[in-house]
Design a protein. Structure first.
Length: 556
């Protein structure tokens, strides 16, 4: 429910904070006092189109925020969590909209900047404004069908229909893809088979290319390797080589160690060096002995490398990536052959799933038709109670142009407001006052099942008075038992039924006009009702009439 609305620098409002209660709240005031400004402000907070002319004169920016209690709206809290717009542990939601005099606007949800689409999506789950404004979801055929489903209380049928439709459509899409691919299946198959055979003949191995490159490098320099290896061995092991020189140095040190012990440490180091030199020489000799000059093997390796290079270039991969490319080709070929084999099976499955969907949708249609008759009767009775004595309402169910996740039905709310007029779509009703009262009748009939927690009615009492106005007030209060209702009204009969009464007025301060809103206490409510009944002249009789009207309305 809407718990708070704060407005700064919007039209005639300098600064205003309103706290709203649950139940039925009425907003009254003289013509021109600024009731429409409140709706404009709320509309901005809900994501409506911004008009820079609404920014208060001589200020830079208007700032509007609305706070909603989500404690009874778990689906809204879930949506906020998915959008990462929730506040941990909070059961409230804070909407904010700023508008500059230059026409720039920003939107926020719980302090996080959002797009207007996100703001509108959230708003559509929180509030609906009925009257001569744009928040008229009841005119949307999809919303009408959803409202009928809610009234019918058959969520399992709706869920089954949606699930069977998703399964059917998923299979249809896959089948369409397979059939499209089948047109060039043979060409793809032949190409992949050729590629598979080419790689089978080449038989690239993991790590083979790197190993061949090393072998090719060694064989191509075999003579140089062998020559230098033998030279290194000679320098280390032959007469006057490194080993011989180290041995002589060690022998010299051994002669003097008894006279000077400090020479023992370098003697040990030379001994270690001699061992390492001899080991190195042994390895050099071994490696050199294994080096063979083999032009034939070198030619074979270079031929293999050439084949790997050519194939890698053809397939636009690195030579070392050829084994992975072979695996990819074989996998693609396997999938292509498998898809072709499964297409016939899938085609049969699609037919079965389509039949299942239409069976499920048929059960949903029967339930909707039954609920449509009941809902039509209740709304017709409500319209007639609200002063449309010859009003008729009908929920028409027809076959949709194409099946959808909602089933096979199209739903349209039709109405005839006056005697002799044919039923026509609710969206074509010309009179704003009639549309508001019809909407009220619909909301009363569906109050217990409709999801929207807050409804605002803008002047639903246009063109009515007397006893009918009394009925409108009773209906509003009745609707307030199930959800939060805000009503802008000019009729005392309606205002007297409110659980909360807010008076909108304007006054001049330092030659500047300001709008203010004041919650009324019981005595103040009676004075306001007297003003609405008597106009500028309020007599004692008018005051008594207002008191009696308020007491009778509150006693119901």
């Amino acid at each position: 429910m809407l718990s708070e609305l704060s407005i700064q620098n919007l039209a005639l409002i300098e600064k205003l904070t309103l706290n709203f209660q649950n139940g039925f709240s009425t907003l009254t005031g003289e013509t021109g006092a600024g009731k429409s400004i409140l709706l404009d402000a709320l509309g901005l907070a809900l994501g409506e189109r911004a008009d820079s002319s609404l920014v208060r004169y001589d200020t830079k920016r208007a700032d509007i925020s609305a706070r909603f209690d989500l404690s009874r709206l778990p689906h809204v809290q879930t949506w906020l969590e998915k959008q990462e717009l929730d506040e941990a542990g909070e059961s409230e939601c804070f909407l904010r909209r700023t508008l500059t005099a230059e026409g720039r606007s920003k939107a926020y949800i719980n302090g996080i900047p959002v797009s207007l689409n996100q703001l509108k999506t959230l708003s559509s789950m929180l509030i609906d404004i009925h009257g001569q404004h744009e928040h008229q979801s009841l005119l949307n055929p999809v919303k009408q069908l959803e409202l009928l489903d809610a009234f019918a209380a058959h969520p399992k049928l709706v869920e089954n229909c949606q699930e069977s439709y998703k399964i059917w459509q998923k299979s249809k899409q896959l089948l369409a893809k397979l059939e499209t691919e089948k047109e060039d299946y043979q060409n793809k198959l032949e190409l992949l088979q050729f590629q598979q055979q080419e790689f089978a003949d080449l038989a690239p191995q993991e790590g083979e290319f790197t190993q061949l490159e090393q072998e090719q490098n060694t064989l191509s320099h075999a003579s140089e390797i062998k020559q230098n290896g033998e030279l290194a061995y000679q320098l280390l092991e032959e007469e006057n080589g490194a080993s011989d020189i180290i041995n002589r140095a060690m022998h010299a040190l051994e002669q003097i160690c008894d006279y000077e012990p400090k020479f023992s440490a370098p003697l040990q180091q030379l001994n270690s060096a001699l061992i390492e030199v001899q080991e190195a020489a042994s390895e050099i000799q071994s490696f050199s002995d294994h080096i063979e000059l083999d032009p034939q093997q070198l030619a074979q390796i270079e031929e293999r490398l050439s084949s790997l290079f050519a194939t890698a270039k053809k397939y636009q991969v690195e030579p070392s990536e050829l084994p992975q490319k072979q695996q990819q080709i074989e996998q693609t070929l396997d999938e292509l052959q498998h898809n072709n084999d499964s297409a016939d099976e899938l085609r049969i499955a699609v037919i079965q799933q389509q039949e299942q969907f239409y069976q499920t949708a048929g059960k949903l249609t029967l339930s909707r038709q039954k609920a449509a008759k009941k809902l039509s009767k209740q709304i017709t009775e409500g319209m007639q109670e609200l002063g449309m004595a010859n009003g008729q309402f009908s929920v028409e169910i027809s076959t949709a142009k194409s099946p959808s996740i909602l089933g096979t039905d199209a739903c349209i709310f039709e109405v005839s407001a006056n005697k002799g007029q044919p039923l026509q779509a609710l969206a074509k009703v010309a009179s704003g006052g009639e549309l508001s009262r019809i909407s009220l009748a619909i909301q009363v009939a569906t109050a217990e099942v409709a999801e929207l927690p807050t409804l605002i009615f803008d002047e639903v009492d246009v063109g009515i008075g007397g006893g009918i106005a009394e009925v409108v007030g009773e209906k509003m209060r009745q609707l307030g038992e199930h959800k939060q209702i805000l009503s802008i009204t000019h009729l005392a009969q309606v205002a007297s039924h409110g659980n909360q009464h807010l008076r909108i007025s304007k006054h001049d301060k330092k030659s500047v006009t300001h709008t203010q809103v004041q919650p009324l206490e019981p005595e103040e409510r009676i004075d306001e009702l007297a003003r609405m009944l008597g106009g500028m002249t309020i007599t004692e009789q008018t005051q008594k009439m207002a008191q009696e009207m308020w007491q009778q309305a509150q006693a119901k």
